[in-house]
Design a protein around this ligand. Structure first.
Ligand SMILES: Cc1cc2nc3c(=O)[nH]c(=O)nc-3n(C[C@H](O)[C@H](O)[C@H](O)COP(=O)(O)OP(=O)(O)OC[C@H]3O[C@@H](n4cnc5c(N)ncnc54)[C@H](O)[C@@H]3O)c2cc1C
Length: 575
């Protein structure tokens, strides 16, 4: 079936809906999403959204910018970080005016709490910068934006799974192909511009805070077509996942005063980060948790430590952290008010993604050459405001600030651009992909290949990495790719074929893993979330640079891209 809209936004999470809201009423915009928009992972975001509102104590956007740059271990592009920190203030007010129910101070202003790596006066002490709606901030953002898109009559194609991106021979993006889940039918969406807002890829790892749907489809599809992925080696592990399950306990729990303790009950973060302690950035806290565990100070000699919330003032959990209190009870059978909570780092956020300029335009090389008609925003994009390690609460602000910019920029572009003609049979690649699965008999099971992939990535490419393990992992990925080319699915029907969707998602996980591992192997230094035990130091002489990974017929080709430095020269990172 054929559809035509001026702009197609792929993804109904925070980034996609923010972009769509900008375009609504000005042009014909449609959102294509494999999930119902309200089920997007943005809805799971808990702790907060950063903006230097200075509602509860002195704060300035320059301090927020500095923290973002330092938090990202100095490979944040500073022009983008300046926009993030400056525009955050206005973006929060826009959300408030749309009706977002933030927690309030006693005098009725938006309340703010502490979060990791956010400081007053360039690192002096933790600052209250995170605006929040209890521990359901993402849920409130997503629903607020969804209401706006409904109000402005944005067209929605819910449960349509994107399979391919259309690019003309002249290199202009002119649409997508998607599978309608309910019927199994292929749909061609012809557009003047496409905005990718497909979210993250945490499902690459075994222990993760991410939803099942976070499989990186929107990174993998352009990657297969020769578009590079930037900085994929930087994957953030959040320090506090529920032990063995990875379900997130927001950093807001430490922002409200929670403490990490080892087997001896010691508040070990005091030793590693004397100023910020438990509110040091995530890359560091996750590394130090593993260090405690490796040195035998995990609880009962095991592979977890405790999050202690028992000393918080009465009512804090109920009023400010109700959901995580319930998670702890449901998944661990514990009462967080009186008992210690077992936690371990959990795969949380991909700093890398589709390279874009500050207006959300996808760029394809180190000179920032734009691919006309293609935009990206949110977790699937790399603008790069998070560099080597994202600060907590900076993703939600990235969605609204850069989702908005991508939407506005696409709106300007389509005023000039026409519908580039479609190639013949634009759906041929997608049809071949689907038909090959539906016609194949016998072969390895998709869930088995996926489980091996997730375990291997967890073991060899998570918090600590070494060259030799990454080389071994490269071979394993090749074997898994071979297994995948013979994989079979059980359901051969067209209607609601979840087996088929999982098989397609597995290919995206394999592509993202290839890019992560190639980047991790290439980057012979330790920076932010990328920690090479064989190269333990940061190496600014060789690696104050982004990486671009290109998929080629023979494997992955890596290139470097310069970092934009405007205000803050790299320094040693201490907290
Ligand atoms: C548990 C948890 C808590 C978090 N808490 C915070 C927090 O407190 N503060 C903060 O700043 N950040 C937080 N984050 C990070 C932040 O929530 C995410 O980075 C962000 O919400 C991603 O938004 P997005 O719009 O890019 O993607 P998502 O919200 O993940 O949406 C992706 C969309 O793309 C669609 N899609 C994907 N693939 C396809 C396809 N093939 N075809 C069609 N559609 C597709 C999906 O249907 C979905 O609608 C948290 C993350 C997690 C996992």
């Amino acid at each position: 079936m054929y559809h035509r809209h001026d702009v197609i936004v792929v993804g109904g999470g925070g980034a996609g809906l923010m972009a769509a809201v900008q375009l609504a009423g000005q042009c014909d915009v449609a959102v294509v999403s494999k999930l119902y928009p309200a089920r997007s992972h943005t809805g799971a975001a808990q702790g907060g959204i950063a903006a230097a509102l200075a509602n509860v104590e002195e704060d300035h956007w320059e301090w927020h910018m500095f923290d973002t740059v330092k938090g990202g271990d100095y490979i944040v592009d500073q022009d983008a970080a300046e926009i993030l920190a400056r525009d955050a203030v206005d973006a929060i007010l826009e959300l408030e005016h749309m009706g977002l129910p933030f927690n309030r101070t006693e005098d009725g202003r938006i309340d703010q709490r502490r979060f990791g790596g956010h400081t007053r006066n360039y690192g002096e002490a933790a600052v209250r910068r995170a605006c929040y709606a209890a521990d359901r901030t993402g849920h409130m953002i997503l629903h607020t934006l969804y209401q706006q898109t409904i109000k402005h009559e944005v067209a929605f194609y819910d449960e349509f799974h994107m399979l391919d991106l259309l690019i003309t021979e002249d290199g202009i993006c002119n649409g997508i192909v998607a599978l309608e889940v309910q019927s199994g039918e292929l749909h061609i969406f012809h557009a003047k511009a496409v905005i990718m807002a497909t979210g993250g890829f945490g499902r690459v790892f075994k222990i993760t805070s991410n939803a099942m749907a976070n499989t990186g489809d929107g990174l993998a599809i352009p990657f297969r077509l020769g578009i590079p992925l930037e900085d994929m080696e930087f994957f953030q592990f959040h320090p506090t996942g529920i032990y063995r399950q990875g379900i997130l306990i927001t950093e807001g729990a430490r922002g409200e005063g929670g403490i990490l303790r080892n087997d001896a009950g010691e508040r070990f973060m005091e030793r590693y980060a004397p100023t910020l302690k438990d509110l040091a950035p995530r890359d560091m806290v996750s590394r130090y948790i593993w260090q405690e565990i490796r040195e035998g100070r995990g609880v009962n000699g095991s592979d977890y430590v405790h999050l202690d919330l028992t000393h918080l003032p009465p009512g804090t959990l109920r009023e400010k952290l109700p959901d995580i209190t319930e998670f702890v009870e449901t998944y661990l059978g514990l009462d967080a008010e009186t008992q210690l909570v077992p936690i371990q780092p959990t795969a949380h956020y991909g700093m890398g993604g589709l390279p874009t300029d500050i207006d959300g335009r996808v760029v394809v090389d180190e000179d920032n050459t734009v691919l006309p008609g293609l935009y990206a925003a949110g977790e699937c994009a790399c603008v790069s405001v998070h560099g080597a390690n994202r600060l907590g609460t900076n993703s939600l602000v990235d969605l609204v600030v850069f989702g908005r910019r991508a939407g506005r920029q696409a709106g300007e572009y389509i005023n000039e651009a026409g519908f580039a003609p479609l190639q013949r049979e634009p759906e041929y690649r997608s049809r071949a992909q689907v038909d090959s699965f539906l016609s194949r008999a016998g072969g390895e099971r998709v869930p088995d290949i996926r489980a091996t992939l997730q375990t291997e990535m967890m073991d060899k490419a998570s918090v600590f990495r070494t060259g030799s393990e990454l080389e071994g992992l490269t071979d394993t990925l090749r074997q898994l790719r071979d297994a995948y080319s013979n994989a079979a699915i059980q359901d051969r029907g067209r209607i609601f074929n979840m087996d088929l969707l999982e098989a397609l998602e597995l290919e995206a996980l394999l592509d993202c893993s290839d890019a992560i591992v190639a980047g991790a192997l290439a980057r012979t230094e330790s920076r932010g979330a990328h920690s090479r035990e064989d190269y333990p130091d940061r190496d600014d002489d060789n690696w104050l640079a982004h990486t671009l990974a290109y998929k080629t017929s023979g494997g992955i080709r890596m290139k470097k891209k310069p970092v934009v430095i405007t205000k803050f020269e790299p320094q040693e990172r201490k907290y």
